[in-house]
Write a protein that binds this ligand. Sequence first.
Ligand code: PMP
Length: 355
Amino acid sequence: MSRFFSDKFSSLAPYVPGEQPKDMQYIKLNTNESPFPPPKSVVEAARVEAQKAQLYSDPECSLLVEKAAETFGVKKTQLLFTNGSDEILNFAFMAFCDPSTPAVFPDITYGFYKVFAALHGVPYREIPLKEDFSIDYRDYLGVNATVFIANPNAPTGMLLGVREIEEILKSNPDHVVVIDEAYVDFGGESCIPLTQKYDNLLVTQTFSKSRSLAGARLGVGIASENLIADLNVIKYSTNPYNVNRMTMAAGYASLCEAEHFSKTCAVIEKNREYTAKKLKEMGFEVLDSKTNFLFARNEKIGGEELYQKLKERGVLVRHFKAERIKDFNRVSIGTLRQMDIFLENVRQILLEIKQ
Ligand code: PMP
């Protein structure tokens, strides 16, 4: 830290992204990316736009917004595109939280919420998940705070029903409820339709997972017009050109690829169920996932040990050190071939430790 760094950030613990080691070729199942490249039309759209990269991008993302409004069944004024969904979440912490409006979120959830809260000096309260790692919606009724819920949750993968979320919305009419739907396309049900009914709901989604565009950085917020207007104040006060030309064109082309989208999501869901079944056969407890990852533990081996042994064998998964989940590993769902290699390595490791 230099002597120039602002005191207000000196104790900030930044978010730690999943590792990207370069020492060897890994089967990378640690950051919930899609194993499939984006469709050709998406790559081509980005290539064409790159030829106009000397010009700023459209700050209103007009064409993309028009296509997204049609896709999501909302008005154009109910949408805001951002540089990944991390950016819309950051905007939400800025726009809807302050020292007198704290944030609440589960104790086990997306690690960035805590970081955003600390970054913006927002007090927060973590609500423990139930013993079975599910969210009890009743814990969020009338909480007098801005609510952040990843649904499905991460890293558990577990889904909360839209009806329960509606109860949370109803009981917090004077506070914003943010539903982070980064993983909703793998078997979850979206809350987007509720944005027509509740002016306190912000739904966030990403193109990083189900649309194979993690490296392009595209996220979107869907909410009532007034919430989007607030978020636009933040956007135009930080980075008006937050979505670059290539990404904007890729996002548009991606929304035009409805069939490719549903097919690849279905493959991931199928591979997930296959992997969960095989893991259970090997004695793992596997949480019920509606995402592109599994969260699993096995009493025969510690979470960290399994993570290390898999890494030595060229398979990367994600391990979290937090006490409640230290026995687990989070495994992104890849191609069937990747999952078979992962499963075979797990099998060998379990055999090894038995001897
Ligand atoms: N929400 C959740 C729950 C996530 O796991 C992630 C991915 N790390 C994000 C949001 C942010 O994803 P992105 O910025 O790539 O859209």
